[in-house]
Design a protein around this ligand. Structure first.
Ligand code: G3I
Length: 312
């Protein structure tokens, strides 16, 4: 595909996007994915609530569809995500003893990562585990197991799929402060104790006009020595959308792509949606809009041009 071919020509592994049951049968989306992108992430289908809604009862319908779509078209697959506090069924959140939670995490990762063994380029093993103030999030995982849950998750994932790159993934790593500093410190502790971590993912849910430190923070993540991936890129616009803001969005998409190109450890970029019509932003941020490269009618926006120009 076009963006994917161009980023590969610059030495990167992929330009990716998302797919799931809401888009997999929409030809306008799949045509764009086929021609422009070389990797896909399931937007929701591999999350805990989708894959193990009740203890020991696994559902892989939508996850298998995404994995098959990717493999039959030669696209890389990013697995998202094994241990996350959100979209987590209540039966997990209610566990309060170490032995049970250790068994539950181990079985979940063995079963989910095991099912897609050999088919996943990279797994987001843990997602969003720190707060913006740099402290661990008060999830069931941290409350019951402390920091050890991170090591447990990575070690179990490595054993379940030895060839998958294993990532810690988080948002708000795009500006300086305690969150990115403590993320780097955590990664350094994990490496020091031999925990198998290969990469750090920065989600990059950004706002138009607010990217001043993006390049600096991406390079700070790269200072860990791990692979770096931009995993959920979108750049939303405060309503009302106008031509000046769209022009700034074009620049901002170019900034992100250029930062990856100039960061040797950056392996690739995943955009969190094809068309503005399917973006999560509509439901979550009613005062923002139009975060992606294709508009509601699947026309390329100037944000596409900015991305493409950065790759030329
Ligand atoms: O599965 C139910 C379905 O049964 C029901 O009919 C429907 C009605 O609303 O809801 C469906 O669940 C929705 C789910 O997406 C699947 O469509 C949830 O309500 C909705 O909250 C959920 O939103 C997802 C969100 O994660 C949840 O946290 C978004 O699609 C997805 O884009 C978003 O992705 C996250 C990343 O995983 C992690 N980083 C942040 C990013 C954006 O929030």
């Amino acid at each position: 595909g076009a963006l994917d071919a161009k980023i590969k020509a610059k030495g990167k592994k992929y330009y990716g996007n998302i797919i799931d049951s809401n888009t997999i049968n929409t030809a306008q989306v799949t045509n764009i994915l086929n021609t422009e992108f070389g990797a896909v992430t399931p937007e929701n289908a591999m999350k805990w609530d989708a894959t193990e809604p009740n203890r020991g009862q696994f559902n892989f319908g939508n996850a298998d569809s995404v994995a098959n779509w990717a493999s039959s078209r030669g696209k890389l697959l990013r697995g998202h995500t094994l241990v996350w506090h959100s979209q987590l069924p209540g039966w997990v959140s209610n566990i309060n003893d170490k032995n049970t939670l250790t068994q539950v995490i181990t079985n979940h990762i063995n079963t989910v990562a095991g099912r897609f063994k050999g088919k996943v380029y990279a797994w987001d093993v843990v997602n969003e585990i720190l707060e913006d103030n740099g402290n661990f999030r008060n999830s069931v995982f941290y409350r019951v197991l402390g920091e050890d849950f991170v090591d447990l998750a990575f070690r179990t994932a490595r054993a379940a799929d030895p060839n998958a790159k294993l990532y810690l993934n988080d948002y708000n790593l795009d500006y300086n402060g305690p969150k990115i500093n403590n993320t780097v410190a955590l990664i350094n502790r994990l490496k020091a104790r031999g925990t198998p971590i290969d990469g750090v993912g920065t989600q990059a849910h950004l706002i138009v006009g607010n990217l001043a430190p993006f390049d600096e923070t991406l390079k700070l993540l790269a200072s860990t020595g791990l692979d770096v991936a931009i995993t959920e890129l979108d750049i939303r616009i405060a309503k009302p959308v106008d031509s000046a803001k769209l022009a700034q969005q074009q620049k901002d998409y170019a900034t992100v792509t250029t930062s990856c190109l100039t960061t040797p450890q950056c392996v690739g970029i995943t955009i969190w949606g094809v068309s503005d019509r399917n973006s999560w932003v509509d439901g979550t941020f009613p005062n923002y809009d139009a975060p992606l490269l294709w508009d509601d009618n699947f026309n390329k926006k100037s944000a596409y041009t900015g991305t493409d120009n950065a790759l030329n």
